[in-house]
Ligand binder design. Sequence first.
Ligand code: ADA
Length: 560
Amino acid sequence: MIRAFETHKIRRTKELSSCLWKFHTVTEEGDGQSISVAVPGCWETYPETVNYRGKGSYSREFEAGGNIRLEFKGVSHTATVRVDGQQVATHYNAYTPFDVVMKDMKPGTHGLEVEADNAFGPDSALHVPNDYQSYGGISRGVILEELGDIYISWMHFTPLWKGSWQGTVQINLCNLTDRPYIGTLKLSLDGKEFYACPVQLEGGETRVVETGELSFEQAKSWSPEEPVLCMLGAVICDAGGTPVDDLIDRIGFREVRVEGKDILLSGKKLFIKGFCRHEDHPQFGCALPFEAMQYDLMVAKDLGANSIRTSHYPNDELFLDLCDEQGILVWEENHARGLSEENMRNPHFEQQCEDCIREMITAHYNHPSIYIWGILNECASHTEYGKSCYTAQYDLIRKLDPYRPRSSASCQFKTDICFGLPEVVSYNIYPKWYHDTPVKEYLEDLYQWVQTDTEGKGKPFLITETGAGAIYGYRTPAKVKWSEEYQAEALKQQITAVFEQEGCSGIYIWQFCDVRVCDSWFSIRPRTMNNKGIVDEYRRPKLSYEVVKSLYKSKGNYRE
Ligand code: ADA
C-alpha cells in the first residue's frame, strides 16, 4: 500500500511492492544465496542478515512499454537502480522518494534490480552510526507508471485565509517529447471543476503553471478536532480535449502562522502534546506496514497526544496520510541527528541535506497535518560554521515553502547562536535523566536566558525532547534509573514543569517506543536499544503510560 487514497484515475499505475522480490547479499567474496522476501522490508528482519551491513540486491520483473516512470518511496540508504542490466538511477538517503523516467521502452517484460547499501563511510554524511538504526533494504513502496507525451510531476496547494478560504495551486508539467505540446489543464475540488487554462510547452520543457489566488468560499477548515480533507485533482487534456494525464492529492484548508510567542493554527494558539517517533519495529525494522503505523497513531491518541515529531528524518507518506486523516499535527524534519561541526564539514553534508530538504518538501507540501519544518536536530548550532549551515538550510526551506514556520531542536544549553534564524525556538532537555537540576528550575533558567540574551526573545518556545529511560518490566522499590517507576516519576515532573512554564507552546516526549540503535552505542544503551519509550518496542505500555495519559488528557489543543 503506497498511499491512503488513489492518486491517479487516468495515468496507468501499478504497485511493484506489496509482493515478493528476490534478494541476495552482495559482498567482495561474491553474492549470497538468493531468497524470496517481502518488499517493502529491511534485511535486518530476514533470519540470515539480522546484523548485515553492506550491499543487498533486490530484483523482480515488470511488464510495460513506452514512457515509463518508476518511483521509489524509500530505499535504505543508498540505491542503485538497474533496468535490463543498465544503471538508470542512483539515490542517497533512506527517507526521501526519488524517481526515474525512461522514454520509449520496448513493450514487454523487463528486469528491475535495486541494489541497496547501508554501509557507513566518508561518502555518507547523514547516515552515520547513531542512536537509531540505519536499516538496509527497499523500505518503502515502489510504483510503476506508464506516461504519455506529457505528465504532471507535482502539484502544490497553498491555503490562504482572507476572511474566507482562498488558495493557490502550482502544477509542474513535463513534456517528454521533443515537439511543442498544446493542451488544457483543468483543476477540480472534490470532483467539481474550478479552474482551466491552456498550456503550451516547448519540446522537452518542464514548467510550473501557477493559478494565482482563487476563492474557495465553501471550503471547511481542517483542524485536529475536525480534520476535513478535500480531493484536489489536476488533469491535462490534449488539443482534442482528451484527458491524457492526471494527479490527485488530498488537501486541507488551514493556516499556520506565528504571532508573538504563539503558533497559530487558523488563528488559534496551538498547544502541542506530542511524541518523538522513530520508524522502528522489531518485526518490520523501519518498514512499518499500514496496520502497524495506524496502531502507533491509535496508541498516541489514546495517550492524549495531538502531535508527532518525525525524529530525525522525513517519514513514509502513508504515515502522513494517516496523520492528515486523524488530525495529528506533524513536526517533520530533515535527516540529521547530533552532528558535530566536524561532521558538518564532511564535503557531502551540504548537498545531502539540500537534497533531503528539497525532496521532503516537494513530496510532502500538501499535507495539512505538517505545521512546521524542522532541521538539524542537535547539531552544531553553537559555532559560526554551524550557523552558516543552519542559515543555508533555513533559506532553502523558505524558498520551497514560504508559509510554514521553521525550527531546530537544540541541545546547546545557553550557547546556541542560531535563534535569530527560525520562527520557533526549540530545546531538547533531560533534567532528571542526564543531570539532576530540578526540572522547573532548569527550564525557567533556560527560558529566561532565551528571552534576555538571545535573538529567540519573543518567539514561540517548544520543548522538543524530554524523557527518561526504563527497561520494560524492570520494577523495583528502589525506583532507580532504568526502572519503570523512575521513568514514570521523571516524566510526571518534566511534563508538569513544561505545562506550567510561561511562554511555552508545548512538549514532545522522547520517545514514543523503544528503538534499536547502532551497535557502537551499546555501552550507554542497555539491550542496544534506546529505552526511553513510553511503550517498549512491541508497544507494550510501561508504568509511565498512565501518567502521561492523564497529564496529556488534562490539557486541550490550544493555549488559553
Ligand atoms: C537526544 C537526541 C535523540 C536521543 C536522545 C537520548 O536528545 O535528539 O535522538 O538520542 O537524545 O535518548 O538521549
